[in-house]
Design a protein around this ligand. Structure first.
Ligand SMILES: [Fe+2]
Length: 158
């Protein structure tokens, strides 16, 4: 671990950074999957879903950067190559042959649920170690992605 401006003990910073790296792997994977859906979906909802998925991807890219930089701020490294993400992500692979618009919506919504489980777990790790700033960062992402999930589930009529 590197020296950090954060005052938490090193073992706390190590644990929280590991949780952040797990979220980062999921987030980078989800970003690629969102783009695959954005590119390939076809059907009557194309006009709404194509830009909506891009909005999600752009916002997620910014969050991924914040999560990575929080891990480094805490004194760790941030891991994010495609090969690392392929091994570390907790999301299932995306079925890239999918074309139907609503099938993509279901696939993306299911993966967002998994992303949220990881976010909440990382937030609980940070909360246990009194890192309210990481909790704050992750809560912002949780609330936003719960809202995105609602958009998708509403599109499915769920
Ligand atoms: Fe695009």
């Amino acid at each position: 671990m590197y020296r950090s401006p954060n005052a938490l003990p090193e073992d706390s910073r190590r644990t929280i950074s590991a949780a952040l790296n797990a979220v980062l792997a999921d987030g980078l994977d989800l970003h690629g999957q969102l783009k695959v859906a954005h590119w390939n979906l076809k059907g009557p909802y194309f006009a709404e879903l194509h830009p909506l998925l891009e909005t999600f991807a752009v916002s997620l890219a910014a969050h991924n950067d914040s999560v990575a930089e929080r891990a480094v701020t805490l004194g760790a490294k941030a891991y994010g190559t495609a090969r690392h993400v392929a091994g570390a992500s907790r999301l299932p692979e995306y079925p890239q042959e999918t074309t139907r618009d609503l099938e993509h919506v279901k696939l993306v919504a299911d993966r967002m649920d998994i992303f949220l489980v990881g976010l909440r777990a990382a937030r609980a790790d940070a909360d246990e170690r009194d890192d309210i700033d990481t909790v704050d960062l992750l809560t912002g992402i949780v609330t936003e992605f719960e809202k995105h999930g609602w958009f998708l589930r509403a599109t499915l009529g769920e």
